[in-house]
Ligand binder design. Structure first.
Ligand code: ATP
Ligand code: MG
Length: 230
């Protein structure tokens, strides 16, 4: 098993191709210190999701290694890896059940107080309390009870409660209003604090939050630096 991690991540000379025989990553090296936030940006097909796929071991590299705290992730169980790497996906995953159950999905033993605290930290508490049954409000998988922005904040609350050392965030491209945008940015700050994160970022406001921005093009890193440098 992977021991309790601190969250340093290294992609060491990664080469990867899907079955197509066309390389999706052509020698990627990224060195991430614990607690750092990385924004991955680049055109469609540039390799952003592929980097994330390798970190979660949905695939293994053809060449090179992915290390967490210096440990090659191929040498630990997938369960122990994934239990410490949290993902917030673009297509926010909501299941039929109460808001409360949706938030505590990653940590079933969480108390009500912990659930409320997580929701407050990501600014989801107020809208939840304005729903007819508050935290007991029933939502549907594809239902319209929640707006896109509200779904996103809910998934942030879930991720915060699960408290992974490494967090992956695949940002939605869907347009949201300015007020929600501000809330999401505030929530993001709370969520990133104290953990290593990789964000597939589309919004400039998100990219600004990152300690390091990595620009990919055709499976290669073409630019790297912080917001001021780029
Ligand atoms: P987007 O912004 O559209 O999400 P991306 O930067 O995440 O793009 P990737 O999904 O990493 O890009 O794709 C990198 C390359 O690998 C592309 O050429 C893509 O067509 C190819 N690719 C991605 N997933 C697969 C797959 N499951 N099977 C075969 N090829 C794939
Ligand atoms: Mg992608």
């Amino acid at each position: 098993d992977l021991p309790q991690i601190k969250g340093a991540v290294k992609f060491d000379s990664i080469v990867f191709e899907y079955e197509t025989g066309r390389p999706a990553l052509k020698g990627i090296t990224i060195d991430v210190k614990e607690g750092q936030s990385i924004a991955l940006v680049g055109h469609t097909g540039s390799g952003k999701s592929t980097i994330i796929n390798l970190l979660c071991r949905f695939y293994d590299p053809v060449q090179g290694r992915v290390l967490i705290d210096g440990i090659d992730i191929r040498e630990v169980t997938i369960e122990s890896l994934r239990s410490q790497v949290g993902i917030v996906l673009q297509d926010t995953f909501i299941f039929a059940g109460s808001i409360r159950d949706n938030i505590r999905y990653g940590r079933l033993n969480a108390t009500d107080a912990e659930i409320v605290k997580a929701a407050q930290a990501v600014h989801a508490h107020d809208y939840i309390m304005s729903l007819p049954d508050g935290y007991d409000t029933q939502v549907e998988e594809r239902g319209n009870v929640l707006s896109m922005g509200q779904r996103q904040l809910l998934s942030f609350a879930r991720a915060l409660l699960a408290d992974p050392r490494i967090l992956i965030l695949d940002e939605a491209t869907a347009s949201i209003d300015t007020e929600t945008e501000l809330k999401i940015q505030e929530a993001l700050k709370a969520l990133l604090k104290g953990r290593t994160s990789f964000m597939i970022a589309h919004r400039l406001s998100t990219i600004r939050h990152a300690d390091e921005i990595i620009v990919l093009d055709h499976g290669e890193i073409v630019e790297q630096g912080n917001h001021e440098q780029l």
